[in-house]
Design a protein around this ligand. Structure first.
Ligand SMILES: [Zn+2]
Length: 323
């Protein structure tokens, strides 16, 4: 019999209201992802574990899907209060061994990207404030308890084997865990009730160049559709059935919004900020970047289709025109 995971919701405050951790009993008491760090969240996490009849020290294995602060935040506390071994993607090792440096590097890249989207100075200053805002938990002392995995490896969760897939889109470093026979998946931020945010990050192969995360996301959707996944345990929101229906809905919406973006350029809006104000009127002010990331994604798609041209104005900001 498949073992059903317990969903533990930890408050988040921005974008989604909460982030999910999953506790899975079975051969080894396993936790997938660790919520955003704060003292209140740590108290709440312990309480929720107790309510399920366990204690933090009972956790034997912690599995991390990607390095975003809402997924790894409580890991140092959990490690300090248990003997759990940790399994995490090889590509995010630096986030455990030198988190301050990694955070600074990512912050610098974000500042650079957001300086080219046409934000007015006041809003750009708010962006800078937000980039500084997320807190890191305590530094992990016992690196030898972290075991690193790669795509194609298998994890033992509950009483069965789950294949690890790397699904770029939300992040290049996004991993999901698939039980092929049971058609179940821990979808993290790849399969969600709303379209995942295509977060820009530096291309590891091209210094100073961003990846094209929405294009990656579309490819990952197509790959996942082949598995006809029935049950999704997402990183945010409630468990849902029929992944392909959700994927098709999100793909259709992305295509529709991409056309609206094209229309906006046709109507004379030239900077990502102007297009964002038009397409996400209630969302253009930080700290909610989800709209801006979607706009930059639609612009990538339209450029890829050869329908628009990108150039830069005298300040180095991106401007777009119809081809
Ligand atoms: Zn994430």
């Amino acid at each position: 019999m498949p073992i059903e995971p317990f969903r533990i919701e930890i408050p988040l405050g921005i974008m989604f209201q909460t982030v999910n951790c999953y506790l899975i009993p079975g051969e080894q008491l396993t936790l997938i992802d660790c919520g955003l760090y704060s003292e209140e969240n740590w108290d709440l996490f312990q309480k929720k574990i107790n309510d399920l009849g366990y204690q933090v020290k009972d956790i034997e294995q912690v599995i991390i899907t990607h390095e975003h602060s809402d997924h790894i935040g409580l890991l140092p506390e959990i490690m300090a209060h248990s003997n759990a071994i940790v399994r995490a993607p090889k590509v995010i090792e630096g986030w455990f061994s030198q988190p301050t440096e990694m955070k600074k590097r990512q912050g610098d890249f974000n500042k650079k990207i957001f300086s080219t989207v046409g934000f007015p100075q006041k809003i750009y200053n708010q962006v800078l404030q937000f980039v500084e805002m997320t807190k890191l938990g305590r530094q992990i002392q016992e690196m030898d308890r972290i075991h690193f995995y790669e795509a194609g490896d298998f994890l033992r969760i509950g009483n069965t084997e789950w294949e690890i897939l790397n699904t770029p889109g939300h992040s290049l470093t996004q991993y999901v865990f698939l039980q092929k026979q049971e058609k179940r998946i821990f979808g993290s931020d790849m399969l969600l009730p709303i379209a995942p945010m295509p977060i820009l990050m530096e291309n590891p192969n091209k210094k100073d160049e961003p990846v094209q995360p929405l294009i990656d996301l579309l490819h990952s959707f197509e790959r996942l559709k082949k598995y006809n996944i029935q049950t999704v345990y997402p990183g945010h929101g409630e468990t849902f059935q029929d992944a392909n229906q959700m994927i098709d809905k999100q793909l259709a919406r992305i295509q529709m919004r991409k056309e609206e973006c094209y229309e906006a350029i046709k109507n004379g809006l030239i900077s990502p900020y102007q297009i964002n104000r038009k397409m996400y009127p209630y969302q253009f002010i930080p700290p909610d970047f989800s709209g801006m990331y979607m706009i930059l994604g639609y612009l990538d798609l339209l450029q890829n289709e050869g329908r628009i041209l990108k150039s830069h104005d005298k300040n180095g900001s991106m401007v777009f025109s119809i081809k």
